[in-house]
Ligand binder design. Structure first.
Ligand code: TPP
Length: 385
């Protein structure tokens, strides 16, 4: 299929946004998505991150696609099964088919080549082999039904189009130092720290102007849910219950789709470490409306408190090195509140690391709303309804 014709179909169905990781089968497609000024395409650091970004875009009202090599379908299985599936997010996945049976290819593609379509179907993606004559109808059907779908694209599926621009990497190297330095001893637990910034997470909520708040999976989302008002009606919240590490990518998707809305990502150290590449993606695109907060207890507390490598890592310096405008560490309540407010008042991306104690209430509940209800509320808030 000529890539220009394919692009016309995407646009006809409103798909002007997406993210992905390239495959050589997709050279015409990636050259097209990265160079067409009408498209907002982000180069992701992993396929799972691309799915999270695309899902955030869809949640914020922009139909979106994620493109990947089939080897990367393996990297994306968790966000597909615990983000797209549970929230029924109709992202369009374009998956290349390296290692197609009967066609000689590199050994590393052999097994995934055999199981690509089956894996996509097992993940309950509505799965098609890309056929130019059927693509438009299939896309319309999946968007209409609100189901995530995959198109497996064989070798030679796309042709023509513009060439990739010559890359001349100008590497800038500099020592970066965060404003905050020294030792940080925790004073609060996560729930106490969250409590301090609740008013800032809800400012403007009645007028539809509150930030979009995305909280990472595990106890953080459960605590935020419990702290929110009695009927749990804070519709600007997206309490993630899966897709560990994807809160920041999802937040980036929302931030791209709604550049005038502030987006707050409430992350954990374990989750951030799982998709550390997302720091680079956010920093590279200089997401001005994104504010990243990491509740760092040095542990995977939600699964029993096993240590993470966070104590030997400086997330604030890493964020600065990745292109964030601000990277800062705090550990005390008043400093946290002050820094959070200050970060929200300036252009992002900003990263605030709040060093906290391990510890949570024994009677901590779990979200009572179904994932689809919760997603519907968040989506309708972002749509201004
Ligand atoms: C892909 C994946 N791996 C592992 C888990 C299990 N898991 C759920 S929460 C969690 C710990 C998260 O740690 P962190 O982000 O530091 O947050 P904390 O629990 O300390 O608040 C783990 C390992 C998961 N949900 N998904």
């Amino acid at each position: 299929m000529h890539i220009d014709d394919f692009g016309k179909v995407l646009k006809r169905h409103g798909l002007r946004s997406g993210a992905g990781v390239p495959c050589s089968y997709f050279t015409p497609l990636v050259n097209y998505t990265t160079q067409d000024p009408e498209l907002d395409y982000l180069s992701a650091s992993s396929e799972g991150e691309a799915v999270a970004i695309g899902a955030g875009m869809v949640a914020a009202g922009r139909p979106a696609f994620a493109l990947m090599q089939n080897s990367g379908l393996g990297n994306a299985v968790n966000p597909i099964t615990s983000l797209l599936y549970i929230y029924k997010i109709p992202l369009a996945l374009l998956v290349s088919h390296r290692g197609q049976p009967g066609r000689p290819d590199e050994p590393q593609h052999e097994l995934m080549g055999q199981i690509t379509e089956e894996l996509a179907r097992l993940c309950q993606l509505r799965t098609h082999v890309l056929n130019p004559e059927r693509f438009s109808d299939e896309l319309r059907a999946s968007l209409g039904d609100g189901v995530p779908a995959a198109w497996v694209c064989r070798k030679g599926a796309f042709e023509g189009g513009v060439k990739a621009p010559a890359v001349k990497a100008m590497i800038h190297s500099a020592a970066v130092t965060p404003a905050s330095q020294g030792e940080f001893a925790p004073a609060l637990r996560r729930e106490e720290a969250l409590h301090l910034v609740l008013p800032l997470l809800s400012a403007g909520i009645e007028h539809g102007e509150a930030p979009a708040v995305i909280s990472t999976t595990g106890k953080l989302s459960r605590e935020l849910y419990e702290l929110d008002d009695a009927d749990h009606s804070k519709r600007n919240r997206f309490y993630m219950v899966g897709s560990m590490g994807c809160a920041a990518g999802f937040g980036l998707g929302v931030a791209r789709a709604q550049p005038k809305r502030k987006v707050v990502v409430l992350d954990g150290d374990g989750a951030l470490l799982m998709k550390l590449g997302t720091l680079a993606t956010i920093g590279h695109v200089r997401a001005e409306n994104l504010h990243h907060v990491v509740f760092d207890n040095g542990a995977h507390e939600s699964t029993g408190g096993q240590p993470t490598s966070s104590p030997s890592i400086d997330f604030a310096t890493m964020a600065l090195a990745a292109g964030y405008r601000v990277g800062e560490t705090v550990s005390e309540g008043a400093a946290f509140r002050e820094a959070f407010e200050r970060h929200m008042a300036q252009p992002g991306p900003t990263l605030l690391r709040m060093v906290i104690h391990v510890g949570a209430r024994a009677d901590l509940g779990r979200p009572k709303r179904t994932p689809q209800e919760a997603y519907g509320w968040f989506q309708s808030y972002l749509a201004g309804q």
